[in-house]
Write a protein that binds this ligand. Structure first.
Ligand code: SF4
Length: 235
């Protein structure tokens, strides 16, 4: 290949995609390896990991399907298999009898903890990155997840830039420019959460406005989302 061909800018996207595909291959292989000792498929393992740490009462089948970006029949099969193994239980919601909620049994909670704690091949490679590179990577991941959400490829994640408590770029400090109004503390890019239990989802227009503030664009209108549920002091 001629040197000029290797430096064509459009080729960068293809090389990045190829790199991400390699990582995806490792993740898929890891998902199989994780579940194999306990006889779990990757989807069953994902369901357990998702239910781990959820509030009492578990999640509805619909919500699990949305979170994992798979069909409800796929979730239904995985949950039925997990129930046969004694790892989850299903019960009708008190609020709406049409809704079936899934939660971990005690045995399932132990299995879920193993899923979450299993040595992470990709995670180990992050030691090859210095702190600045790790921080940049996290911000890049947030942007990629956001793009996938906007494209409708994945459900909206419980991450800082979609949260009612997030105040992006409000501090002069370059180290910790953001603020979490839930814990009333400054946040660095490295502190951004991708799946926060305290997250409170904004409406789509509010998310668009907050995203503009996060990436440094001029906000579309107004300031921060005004929610009656807002906690903590404004920075
Ligand atoms: S509550 Fe969680 S998601 Fe929301 S801003 Fe604070 S750390 Fe981020």
């Amino acid at each position: 290949m001629h040197m000029d061909e290797r430096l064509v800018p459009g080729d960068l996207n293809r090389r990045i995609s190829a790199g991400l595909a390699k990582l995806a291959l490792v993740l898929r292989h890891q998902a199989w390896s994780r579940g194999r000792p306990s006889g779990l498929t990757p989807t069953q393992g994902q369901v357990l990991a998702l239910l781990d740490g959820q509030a009492r009462g578990g999640l509805s089948m619909k919500r699990i399907a949305a979170e994992l970006a798979v069909s409800q029949p796929t979730v239904s099969d995985a949950v039925a298999a997990l129930e046969r193994k004694g790892l989850v239980s299903r019960e009708r919601s008190d609020a709406d009898a049409r809704v079936v909620r899934v939660s971990l049994t005690r045995k399932g909670a132990r299995a879920a903890a193993r899923q979450v704690e299993w040595p992470d091949a990709v995670g180990r490679t992050l030691h090859a990155l210095d702190a600045t590179e790790q921080e940049s990577l996290l911000r890049i991941l947030v942007k990629m997840i956001h793009a996938l959400q906007v494209d409708g490829q994945i459900p909206v994640a419980r991450m800082c830039p979609t949260c009612n408590y997030f105040r992006p770029n409000v501090h002069a400090s370059a180290d910790k420019p953001h603020h979490c109004a839930f814990v009333d503390a400054p946040l660095a890019d490295a502190d951004l959460r991708l799946d926060c239990a305290d997250h409170e989802m904004l409406t789509p227009p509010e998310r668009r406005r907050l995203w503009s503030l996060f990436v440094g664009e001029k906000p579309l209108a107004g300031g921060f989302p005004a929610s009656s549920a807002m906690k903590g002091n404004e920075p």
